[in-house]
Every structure is written in C-alpha cells, then in structure tokens.
Write a protein that binds this ligand. Structure first.
Ligand SMILES: NC(=O)c1ccc[n+]([C@@H]2O[C@H](COP(=O)([O-])OP(=O)(O)OC[C@H]3O[C@@H](n4cnc5c(N)ncnc54)[C@H](OP(=O)(O)O)[C@@H]3O)[C@@H](O)[C@H]2O)c1
Length: 296
C-alpha cells in the first residue's frame, strides 16, 4: 500500500510517514546512502532541519535518486533555527535551499518556540514564515515543539495558519498531548510526532511493554506475517491521524516502517490499552517537550 496522505489546512497533501534526518543522523555527513535506500524502499517524505547540519546530505540523496524518483514526488521538510540573531526565517531558508539543491521545500517549520522569545517574538517570526510561503520558497509553513499558548499566540493575527505542529508523542506523554491536539483540531492543524518509539526503546521494561507485545502477537496472528512492536506504536499514532516522523540507520528497519501501512488496524480496545498503560508512567525523552507540554 502506498503511504497514505493527510490533508493540510492550506489545501496541500502530506505523506503521513516521514523519514527523519535528525537524532541518529544529526550532524552525520554519511547519511546519503541510507537516505537513498529510504527513497528506493518507498519513503517520500523526509524531515530535515538547519540544526541537524546535514541538509547537503539529504540534497545529495535527492539528486542521486532523481532518475527513479523525481523531486516532484518527494515531500521535503526543513526547520528554522537561527544560528545568529540576524538570521531570519527567510535568509536561513535560502541557505537551506542552496544546501538541499532545491528551488522550494514542501514544509518549513519553526523548530522551537524557545529560540524566539526576544525581539519580535513568535508573531514576528511567523510574519516572515508567511512571506516565505507567499514567495514560493516553501509550499506550506508550520511549527514544532509549540504548546497551546505558543499556537494561540501566532494564530491570533496570522494571515496564514500553521499547517503542522511537530512534537514528541508517545504513550508516556499522551495525557499531556490531548489538550494540544484539541487546539490543533480547532484550527485544522495536522499533529506530527517524533520520538514515537522512545517509550519502547529508550525506557524498556515499563508498563507499556507487555501491552504492546500482546497486541503485536494478535496482529501477527491475524496477518500471518511478522509484526514488530515498533509497528504497533507507529500504527497507534497513524490511527489517531498523527503524522509519524521516525528514522533508522538500518535498511531492514526502513522496510519495516513502510510496511506499517499494511498491518491490520488496532481495535478500539487495543488503542485504549496502549493509552491506559501510557497513563501509568509520565516520561518524556526530549528537552523541548517541557516547553510545549506543561506539567510533564
Ligand atoms: N522537531 C524536533 O524537535 C525533533 C526532535 C527529535 C526528532 N525529530 C525528528 O524525528 C525523527 C525521528 O526521531 P526518533 O529517532 O526519536 O524516532 P523514533 O521513531 O522514536 O525512533 C527511531 C529509532 O528507534 C530505533 N529502533 C526502532 N526499532 C527498534 C528496535 N526494534 N530495537 C531497538 N531500536 C529500535 C531506531 O534505531 P536503528 O537506527 O537501530 O534502527 C531509530 O534510531 C528525527 O530523525 C528527526 O527528523 C524532530
């Protein structure tokens, strides 16, 4: 099954599964081969950032794959994080485009609200983001690691609403994410996740593990083909209409991620079991999360 898309509030479509170039690949100049494999295996959406310092690697992979997958069939995201106080969202995006070897990106996100608390603040940054979209440097604009108050601050007076908010989402933060998702829904903002697998692989032995294993075994039995615990959690996110940004340094795992779209659906009861186990432990794995999910 091709990777399904979600509709953005500006009329564009976004592939609901993305391959990340941060975490395992951040500052990693040798990511090109893995990124080319991800394109060949079926990923079409790539999540980059100025802060990862490896946009040129992503650009090289896009160029090397051009004959089999044209740029127009890919969805490229990058994120604004100023390196100097003078660097605006627009000057930084122009540098990103040069490194990526592209004329436009599909989605440009403000990486984190805490970078923009001085000067014109978030409203000032958002005006420049709107300019980037109007000038065709990016097809869509959005935010990352924004909490309810950050979203409300830019929505007030915005000419173009953010299309996406990307943040850590996994069962151990789920209780704190729900009010933010309600605000996203009011404004048609797509919720995007990262760190979706952290509860399993950064904190093994927690209350989530036996629940996910039980569901994994049930799905594997139903399907008659292997299902992994990672696929169970990514499917849980996708069934909530949450865009999944994941990654891997291993080719076999890249195939596993794309295959998530083909595993059977979780039942309502299984979705509830994951959320119930998540509520037993509150833990986040990324420092930006404390700025957007109050109380975690
Ligand atoms: N906006 C932001 O502030 C922000 C912050 C963080 C991340 N992100 C984006 O989100 C992307 C994904 O983040 P993430 O790495 O946290 O995603 P994730 O989906 O939670 O975790 C992916 C990691 O899980 C590991 N994994 C998967 N299955 C495993 C298994 N069975 N056993 C052991 N390890 C397993 C993979 O390791 P292997 O490499 O061994 O396969 C991979 O490194 C990043 O690359 C970045 O693009 C954005």
């Amino acid at each position: 099954m091709p990777i399904p898309t979600l509709s953005l509030n500006d009329g564009s479509q976004i592939p609901s599964l993305a391959f990340g170039t941060g975490t395992a690949f951040s500052r990693h100049q040798d990511a090109q081969t893995t990124l080319e494999s991800a394109i060949n295996i079926g990923f079409t959406h790539f999540d980059g950032a100025q802060r990862y310092k490896n946009e040129a690697t992503l650009g090289a992979a896009i160029k090397a794959s051009e004959s089999s997958v044209p740029r127009s069939e890919l969805f490229i995201t990058t994120k604004y994080a100023p390196l100097t106080p003078e660097e605006t969202a627009k000057t930084a995006l122009c540098k990103s485009l040069e490194k990526l070897g592209l004329e436009y990106v599909d989605l440009y996100l403000v990486h984190a609200p805490k970078d923009h608390m001085d000067g014109g603040g978030l409203k000032g940054v958002w005006k420049v983001m709107e300019e980037c979209k109007r000038e065709g440097l990016t097809r869509s604009i959005g935010v990352s690691n924004f909490g309810v108050e950050h979203i409300l601050e830019i929505v007030e007076g915005a000419q173009i609403l953010p299309a996406v908010n990307q943040l850590e989402i996994q069962p151990y933060v789920w209780d704190f994410v729900k009010p933010l998702i309600a605000v996203h829904k009011e404004h048609g903002i797509v919720t995007s996740s990262y760190g979706g697998l952290s509860a399993l692989f950064h904190a093994p032995g927690g209350p989530l593990d036996p629940v996910v294993e039980k569901i994994r075994a049930r799905l594997e039995d139903t399907r008659g083909k292997p299902v992994t615990s990672g696929q169970v959690l990514n499917k849980w996110l996708l069934q909530h209409d949450i865009l999944v940004v994941t990654t891997s340094t291993k080719v076999e795992r890249i195939g596993e991620y794309v295959d998530t779209c083909d595993i059977p659906e979780l039942t309502a009861e299984e979705m509830g079991l994951i959320e119930g186990a998540g509520a037993e432990r509150h833990q986040s794995f990324f420092k930006n999360t404390k700025y957007c999910l109050k109380g975690i």
